[in-house]
Design a protein around this ligand. Structure first.
Ligand SMILES: NC(=O)c1ccc[n+]([C@@H]2O[C@H](COP(=O)([O-])OP(=O)(O)OC[C@H]3O[C@@H](n4cnc5c(N)ncnc54)[C@H](OP(=O)(O)O)[C@@H]3O)[C@@H](O)[C@H]2O)c1
Length: 319
């Protein structure tokens, strides 16, 4: 005979199974099946003739610019160093046979840079906007030990936060008018996992992720796709990892993988090994949030110790 305990047990098993399926199937679809078997459902070239990428002369931004050019889009490259912009533009034009435009601005400067960007993009239709530019600390550091905190906070907010809101304000109206467009905002996995000793950076990236999510909902009915990409470690100048591995992939591998998730996932690490990494951190956090935070803190302390030692050895006078 079935008693109350059996019914209670059955209900619990049912709820846990439903919750697991709700999480497991979307994870498999967004990270493995969707990108690998179906690919992006979005024809990027139909979004407009031009893409615009910020922070486009190195790392992930450069890789996005090249990948988009390979898909036939002309690219506006916006970055700080003119000579690097000229080199990347030449590289893209030769390899992909598309047009480029370059705009040299420093995103940590004042709001007047957005007038420059507006003036120089007046004659082009931006269908794909990649808000990639971002800065971080030179190495993980305790908040109170950060040098010139006020300047750093202002630069991080200008580069990582204000750039995203301003660029969206500039290019969303055209997309809304044309009823199509794609906005890709590069956040970071540090926005959603414990990231002690990167507090200002990770908080700025949490802003990007939340802003993207709500913007995606607001403008979906206008035919616009807004994607928040939260990469784990990628081998770039920022991460200071030189040699790419399976986990710390090259920017090229990352950008091509992340682009294949467009239209499939609106909030994604962009690269399935990074999703596995995040899953592992989440699982440790599920068992013990304190353990998860402490493991990250120890890891950050070790990275900091190595960086401080390296800097000290560079400063030592040679004997
Ligand atoms: N690499 C990672 O492991 C990782 C992980 C998670 C998230 N992300 C995010 O991914 C994005 C790209 O990072 P990345 O690793 O590719 O960086 P990166 O290799 O250091 O490249 C940064 C790019 O941004 C430009 N830039 C930097 N500061 C600028 C400024 N003030 N004004 C204008 N342009 C500026 C740089 O131009 P110059 O060469 O002229 O300086 C360069 O083109 C960032 O938003 C970062 O937070 C990276």
């Amino acid at each position: 005979m079935v008693n109350a305990y059996d019914i209670f047990g059955g209900v619990c098993v049912f709820i846990v199974s439903v919750q697991l399926l709700r999480k497991v199937f979307p994870w498999i679809y967004e990270n493995l099946l969707g990108p690998k078997l179906i690919g992006t459902g979005i024809k990027l070239k139909e979004m407009g003739q031009w893409a615009l990428v910020t922070g486009a002369t190195d790392g992930i931004g450069k890789a996005y610019a090249k990948a988009l050019a390979k898909k036939g889009l002309n690219v506006v490259l916006v970055s700080r160093t003119l000579s690097k912009l000229e080199d990347v533009a030449k590289e893209i034009e030769t390899e992909a046979k598309v047009q480029t435009k370059i705009i040299a601005v420093d995103f940590s400067a004042g709001p007047e840079i957005y007038d420059t960007i507006r003036e120089q993009t007046d004659d082009v239709e931006i269908g794909v906007l990649v808000n990639n530019v971002g800065i971080s600390y030179s190495h993980p550091e305790y908040y109170l030990n950060l040098p010139d905190t006020e300047k750093l906070v202002n630069s991080v907010i200008a580069c990582n936060v204000f750039s995203v809101t301003q660029m969206c304000k500039m290019f969303l109206p055209g997309m809304v008018e044309r009823r199509k467009g794609v906005v890709i905002n590069i956040s970071s996995m540090s926005a959603v996992i414990p990231a002690p000793m990167l507090s200002i950076y990770s908080a700025s990236k949490a802003f990007v992720d939340k802003f993207s999510d709500d913007l995606a909902t607001e403008y979906a009915k206008h035919g616009i796709v807004v994607q928040s990409v939260l990469p784990g470690p990628v081998a770039t100048n920022m991460s200071k990892v030189r040699r790419a591995t399976w986990m710390v992939c090259s920017p090229k591998t990352f950008a091509s993988s992340a682009l294949s998730t467009l239209g499939i996932a609106r909030h994604t690490t962009g690269y399935y090994p990074h999703s596995l990494l995040q899953l592992s951190v989440d699982m440790i956090g599920f068992v013990s949030p304190t353990l998860s935070r402490n493991i990250t803190l120890k890891t950050m302390e070790n990275i900091r110790a190595r960086a401080v030692k390296r800097a000290a050895s560079k400063q030592e006078p040679s004997k």
